[in-house]
Design a protein around this ligand. Structure first.
Ligand SMILES: *Cc1c(COP(=O)(O)O)cnc(C)c1O
Length: 328
């Protein structure tokens, strides 16, 4: 990947003269079966461009209550687009709002004092619900509810390639009825930088304007796009390894006293487990793991671990051993 970056053909992408970026954008659009795609600096920028273009100031967006766009993007939607959210607590805990949850939420507007709902945000796989996935049919059903209400749908597909690998389907199937999709070339696919936003051509043309306006227009970005092309070609093919490593990790964790996890829920590369029963705080455990160069994230009484191409099956065994030692 580093060699491909070093030898990448480049041009000025602000003038759309970078052949490598152009190739990446075409490839991303093809994979999503959308008219066009845009290379952006981060997943947050891709999501926020979509929020900006789909909504008007004063609107709200319906989203599951732990959704990344709502919880983990530093209030960007309020700061940049002037919108609020309608966070919905998902009864089954899957992270994926049911058809009836979406329908009843969309039906609550309509009075003069209610904000106008401008967008439905979906997330697949769902980060803080433990990497849970939604099938192509489940995505389409949810999009149909929004379409019936005249509301566009944006898919936060930061890890949609993981979802597609777990479901053994194409990414295009998962976003068929979404108006826009963002996915990350970084994270599981293994590029150092960058995400893609895909949608209709007119939408992407407008996103390009806003990307530049917000300072995200890059010049000889082909060195980054070269890494992105490899991420899409090779990175996507090996995600099953990350998923089986995550499963192995989850089984190991389930066997440790004081830790709890539903192994069946681990279907992609995210492993979230609860440590309340150990009498230790999640933050304590995470800082002890760091001593062994094992990096995880704590929130509340939970710890999140993510597998990726730099995590081997041996690393999983080491991690399980360290966790068992720390748990006692
Ligand atoms: C990481 C992530 C993002 C944002 O990506 P950045 O590149 O970190 O800005 C968006 N959505 C989800 C679900 C993510 O996991």
């Amino acid at each position: 990947m580093r060699a491909a970056m070093a030898s990448a053909e480049v041009g000025d992408d602000v003038y759309r003269e970078d052949p490598t970026v152009n190739r990446l954008e075409e490839m991303a659009a093809d994979l999503c079966e959308k008219e066009a795609a845009l290379f952006v600096t981060s997943g947050t920028l891709g999501n926020q461009l979509a929020v900006k273009l789909h909504t008007r100031p004063g609107d709200d967006a319906v989203i599951e209550s732990r959704g990344h766009i709502y919880c983990y993007e530093l209030g960007a939607a309020a700061a940049i687009s002037g919108i609020t959210f309608r966070p919905v607590i998902n009864a089954d805990g899957s992270g994926h709002l049911s058809v009836s949850e979406i329908r009843s939420e969309l039906a609550t507007g309509g009075t003069y004092y209610a904000s106008r709902t401008g967008l439905l945000c979906l997330e697949n796989s769902h980060n803080f619900a433990g990497g849970s996935v939604m099938s192509a049919d489940e995505c389409s059903e949810r999009c149909q509810v929004a379409r019936d209400a005249g509301i566009p749908v944006h898919m936060d597909g930061a890890r949609i390639f993981n979802a597609a690998a777990a479901l053994e389907c194409d990414v295009a199937d998962l976003v068929k009825d979404c108006d826009s999709v963002m996915f990350c070339l970084s994270k599981g696919l293994g590029a150092p930088v960058g995400s893609m936003l895909a949608g209709k051509r007119e939408f992407i043309d407008e996103a390009r304007v806003w990307r530049k306006r917000l300072g995200g227009g890059m010049r000889q970005a082909g060195i980054l796009a070269a890494a992105g092309l490899i991420a899409l070609d090779d990175g996507a093919k090996r995600l099953h390894d990350d998923h089986s490593n995550a499963k192995r990790l989850a089984r190991g964790i389930a066997a440790i006293d004081g830790f709890s996890i539903d192994v069946d829920n681990v279907v992609t590369n995210i492993v979230i487990f609860d440590v309340a029963g150990s009498g230790r705080t999640a933050a304590e455990i995470v800082s002890q793991l760091a001593v062994y160069d094992i990096h995880a994230f704590s929130f509340g009484t939970s710890i999140r671990m993510v597998t990726h191409l730099n995590v081997t099956a041996d690393d999983i065994e080491t991690t399980i051993k360290c966790l068992s030692r720390i748990a006692v």
